[in-house]
Design a protein around this ligand. Structure first.
Ligand SMILES: Nc1nc2c(c(=O)[nH]1)N[C@H]1C(S)=C(S)[C@@H](COP(=O)(O)OP(=O)(O)OC[C@H]3O[C@@H](n4cnc5c(=O)[nH]c(N)nc54)[C@H](O)[C@@H]3O)O[C@H]1N2
Ligand SMILES: Nc1nc2c(c(=O)[nH]1)N[C@H]1C(S)=C(S)[C@@H](COP(=O)(O)OP(=O)(O)OC[C@H]3O[C@@H](n4cnc5c(=O)[nH]c(N)nc54)[C@H](O)[C@@H]3O)O[C@H]1N2
Ligand code: SF4
Ligand SMILES: [Mo]
Length: 724
């Protein structure tokens, strides 16, 4: 067969890089960047390794069933679906629909149909127990937006900012807080234009190295630091007074609560110079346009991610970082209904304690979804409605859910654990059934996720200008394999259980979105037919997007921010009572020192070559298959340790092995180590091949965000035991 080159976009991470895929003998053999107006020919090493990822020796080519002795044997996919249908049917009959839970991980993203079809299935069985990785990531973003209200026009975001503040986010590696495209080029061009960069991170990250001001603060003090910045801005009169007067409530309440957070007191506490805090506040507030964005670190570092995200929104609001009447909307969405823009606030709304309740710790559903960190207890707590079955799609609870000890106990306690995965992940090793899934190049797709990111958080990611790309399936699954598209699994399962499914449109929460489409349960639709349903009502018809074989811009010159309606009563709220009460409790003088018994704090971090636990294979890790424990060189010298030394990290909860490495830019007293590694059997062989699970050191129940249930996952008190 001749070699052909087809265009597509990479679905390994959310950055949607346009690619050219060389296909030989029906297999992808090479991936290179495609020139494009959006990404400027950018790809990363992971994307270019896509042929190796999809054809790797560890790729799962057949579904698996667990046998009585705990090992797995291949099973025909259709047979597995019939058996799962049968088991689910009996569990629902015996324990009710709530006994069936679903968890979607980061790999929901390669296929836009995965999540909507999962939801259609959960609707059909009538279970509210739907969990995602969002509540162990940055759940505060969505909850805080609920409490604060949203501006019904764009934020400045990536649209020609003069200032950017990154709080514990490292976009140059994670592509979080950078627009679609090359993150390095975005930052370089921003700096070259005179843009000023503020980074707050205990580690001198690649991004911090390019900053105008790097506040190398202690972890876990982000709420206090943000309060100090707000205090300086309001005290100096640098706020956007007119915007606040017209559109915002709670200014006086905020002013009162942030007043005790002086730069001196907060600087002393967080280990930074008061003068640097003041400088950062001045730079941020005196810029014309800008954004602030928080990453995972501050969301995980003190069990108060919602408060941190709320104060980040407040910072942008106080500085008026919003499009005004007459401004053009550069990205009104493409594969979703047109987002109308008006220079006015949509008011705060209930954001937590809504919908289904968890039976432990008073936790419940929130705008960020059900609290994933509480699902293990929900599984292990006897009583009516107890979760007995869990379907995991593109996630890896066994190594990434906080509190691995509790998680493994819960996963082992389930009567039915099903995973949809592409390899025998750590979670799959515990599953009753593992459904071998098709991979991205084998399924059609489009950049719906990029549009949905517009609603996620200010300046989180996405296209700056309206753009979209469709890709057909480029290759067939490997010969002799028996793999299934994730959405089809749910379609087949529903058929088998005699259920009817209704598919919601991609942005079903938007006004103007069509009602759910009843699916023909006697038919076997194609992925392309399903994508049509999902894009119903889109601003640009799917046919038009399909007509371009690469990413294209779909501007709408007529989309301009309309003026505020006359007598529009609503305002953004920067004085939310619950948030301010939580902040008040952190005021200087009310601080308590905790965990003095632990010498170090363990920080979360991301690695260039990985995506959480996915694709730890030679083509991506190039021999670096374990997660090293990075230390400041002075700390290592004091401990008498050198690179490669074996240690034990000990928290109040558990201990894990680690291998030492030096990171000169890390603040003393911290260890920086990636999650998503390790095994489930606690063996030396697992450590040698896959490193260790930092989630084992975490407790889900000690320190946690009371709105999302997200526990302390960074800044975790640990001691170091030298073992050799
Ligand atoms: N200690 C600590 N814990 C953390 C974090 C941290 O910073 N520190 N970060 C948290 C965050 S932000 C997140 S998002 C979560 C991640 O939580 P998860 O999403 O649950 O974990 P991933 O490791 O991303 O899991 C991806 C799984 O999908 C599989 N996979 C890969 N490609 C495909 C595909 O095409 N189809 C299917 N069906 N499966 C596929 C992979 O093999 C892997 O098993 O972890 C959280 N946990
Ligand atoms: N290459 C790569 N890219 C990824 C991923 C990956 O695994 N690899 N994962 C993806 C996922 S799921 C997500 S959610 C995003 C996450 O993207 P980011 O949020 O940018 O995640 P990190 O790169 O870990 O950066 C977090 C930073 O927070 C700092 N930090 C830790 N604790 C604290 C604290 O208490 N306060 C402050 N101020 N800083 C702190 C850490 O030192 C670290 O530099 O990345 C996505 N992109
Ligand atoms: S940044 Fe890398 S992994 Fe992400 S979409 Fe682009 S090429 Fe793929
Ligand atoms: Mo994440």
């Amino acid at each position: 067969m001749a070699t052909t080159v087809r265009k597509s976009f990479c679905r390994v991470c959310h950055n949607a890089c346009p690619i050219q895929v060389e296909i030989d003998g029906g297999r992808a053999v090479k991936v290179r960047a495609d020139a494009s107006p959006t990404h400027g020919g950018y790809t990363c090493a992971r994307g270019r390794a896509l042929p190796d990822i999809e054809n790797s020796g560890s790729r799962l080519l057949h579904s698996m069933k667990r046998t009585a002795d705990g090992s797995h044997v291949p099973i025909e996919t259709s047979r597995a679906i019939a058996e799962i249908a049968d088991r689910l049917g009996s569990l629902i009959a015996e324990h009710g629909p709530r006994s069936v839970a679903w968890y979607g991980g980061t790999k929901l993203s390669p296929n836009p149909l995965s999540e909507p079809m999962s939801m259609a299935f959960m609707d059909a069985i009538g279970s509210p127990m739907r969990f995602t990785a969002n509540t162990i990531d940055k759940p505060g973003k969505v909850i805080a937006k609920g409490l604060h209200g949203s501006w019904l026009a764009p934020t400045h975001g990536f649209d020609e900012p003069d200032v950017a503040l990154y709080l514990g986010a490292n976009g140059l590696v994670s592509l979080a807080g950078t627009p679609h495209g090359s993150p390095g080029r975005f930052i370089a061009e921003f700096r070259a234009r005179g843009g000023r960069l503020i980074v707050i991170d205990p580690r001198r990250t690649a991004l911090a190295a390019r900053a105008t001001v790097h506040l190398q603060a202690r972890a876990g003090h982000d709420a206090a630091i943000l309060a100090a910045l707000l205090n300086v801005i309001l005290a100096e009169g640098w706020e956007d007074a007119e915007f606040l007067r017209e559109n915002v409530s709670g200014v006086d309440e905020l002013r009162r609560v942030v007043a005790p957070f002086t730069p001196q007191a907060v600087g002393d506490r967080a280990g930074v110079d008061a003068a640097d805090l003041v400088a950062a506040a001045r730079i941020f507030a005196q810029a014309r346009r800008g954004f602030a964005v928080a990453g995972t670190g501050p969301n995980m570092g003190a069990g108060n991610g919602t408060l941190v995200e709320y104060l980040v929104l407040v910072l942008d609001t106080v500085c008026g970082h919003y499009a005004r009447a007459g401004d053009r909307v550069r990205n009104p969405g493409t594969l979703i209904p047109r987002v109308p823009a008006k220079a006015q606030a949509s008011p705060p709304r209930p954001a937590f304690g809504i919908g289904e309740r968890i039976r432990v710790r008073g936790l419940s559903n929130s705008l960020a979804g059900m609290p994933t960190a509480a699902l293990p207890e929900e599984i292990l707590t006897p009583g009516e409605g107890r979760v007995r079955a869990l379907i995991v799609l593109g996630g890896n609870p066994a190594v990434v859910w906080p509190d691995q000890v509790l998680t493994l106990e819960a996963l082992r306690d389930l009567e039915l654990l099903v995973t949809l995965d592409v390899e025998m992940s750590q979670t799959s090793q515990l599953a009753h059934y593992v459904m071998a899934s098709q991979m991205s190049l084998e399924v059609p797709g489009y950049t719906l996720l990029s549009d949905l990111l517009l609603f996620y958080g200010n300046a989180s990611s996405g296209f700056v200008d309206a753009a979209a790309q469709y890709t057909p399936a480029l290759v067939e699954p490997p010969p002799g394999s028996d793999v299934i598209e994730e959405w089809r699994f749910f379609h087949e399962l529903a058929k088998e259980m005699g259920l009817a499914l209704n598919l919601r449109a991609g942005a079903s929460f938007m006004p103007g979105s069509p009602p759910p489409t009843p699916l023909d349960m006697t038919a076997t639709p194609t992925g392309d037919e399903m994508l049509e349903i999902l894009a119903a009502g889109s601003r640009v018809p799917l046919a038009e997007i399909k007509a371009n074989d690469s990413v294209a811009l779909y501007p709408d010159e007529t989309c301009v921010v309309a003026p505020k309606d006359e007598d529009w009563p609503h305002r953004l709220c920067i004085g939310d009572e619950t948030m301010l009460a939580e902040l008040e409790a952190l005021a200087p003088g009310r601080w308590r020192d905790t965990d003095a018994a632990f010498e170090f704090r363990l920080l979360s971090r991301r690695l260039d070559h990985m995506l959480n636990s996915s694709y730890n294979i030679p083509a991506t890790n190039r021999g670096k298959n374990i997660n090293l424990a990075y230390f400041n060189p002075d700390d290592l010298a004091r401990l008498g340790l050198a690179d490669g030394a074996r240690i034990e990290l000990v928290s109040a909860r558990a201990s894990i092995p680690g291998i030492v490495a030096t990171e000169p830019g890390l603040r003393s007293g911290y260890i920086s180590m990636a999650h998503g590694f390790g095994g489930v059997h606690d063996t030396e062989a697992e450590f040698a091949s896959a490193g260790s699970a930092t989630t084992r050191l975490l407790s889900a129940t000690e320190v946690f965000d009371r709105y999302s249930g997200q526990p302390l996952m960074s800044n975790v008190p640990v001691n170091v035991r030298v073992t050799g």
